[in-house]
Write a protein that binds this ligand. Sequence first.
Ligand code: MN
Ligand code: MN
Length: 296
Amino acid sequence: MMRLPACDDASGLDACFVGIPMDIGASNRSGTRFGPRQIRAESSMLRPYNMATGAAPFDHMQVGDIGDVPINTFDLKDTVARIATFYRDLLQHDVVPLTMGGDHTLTYSILQAIAEKHGPVALIHIDAHADINDEMFGEKIAHGTPFRRAFEEGLLNNEKVYQIGLRGTGYAADDFDWSRRQGWTVVQAEECWGQSLKPLINRIRKEIGDTPTYITYDIDSLDPAFAPGTGTVEIGGLTTWQALELIRGCAGLNVVGGDLVEVSPPYDPSGNTALIGANLLYEMLCILPKCQRAKG
Ligand code: MN
Ligand code: MN
């Protein structure tokens, strides 16, 4: 990733990239198992300095790529257990993991390990979908259920959960109200159209304060004009510059982990979806607490 050293483990690292090449939690198009390798390929031209924010992540942090989580591609339940175990081991080190998926099921397992270390976290969840189904086609574990499971297990600070970019067609008219009933903040895509999202993220940052925060970025939050290479496409999404505003606006938060999920290379013939994913992961690196910035 980003031509960084490949590392066997996270010892000595301030931040690390991890791949989770899975798509067996996906309900529609598959292909996200190829996400990590394509994001790595498209990251090869990323340069060290962030010209917008002045961030110089590699001047201030030790960063490496520790490879992929050894999942069991024939068994989703075993896979989520393996991911949680992997992150528990990883978080023995004082490292911030940035994960490339993979379908969104994986965030549930990461949050289990993150909450064990940091307590219930604030969550910034950018996605076309709420991913709060109780079950999908009878299954409790799937890429549409991770935040319902995380809620049930007390992994989230419910006053500080933000879901941004939700839209599309639902199973019921009140689909997003379950989130609101838990005290979460839902910002539907229509509320984002045609405007800067800096005021929104500035408000969120103030509300979260110094609570440990996890960022989960589903690439399908973007409009398919930008990012068509994903499994569950919804029209009317965010722009790439709104995505940059949201992630850059997280600078100053106590970010303890992040992920970028749902890049599906078989539906991404130009590579641009994976390219955007690589860039957004770079931007996450640039807002980590240990990364100093020359500008705001
Ligand atoms: Mn999702
Ligand atoms: Mn989604």
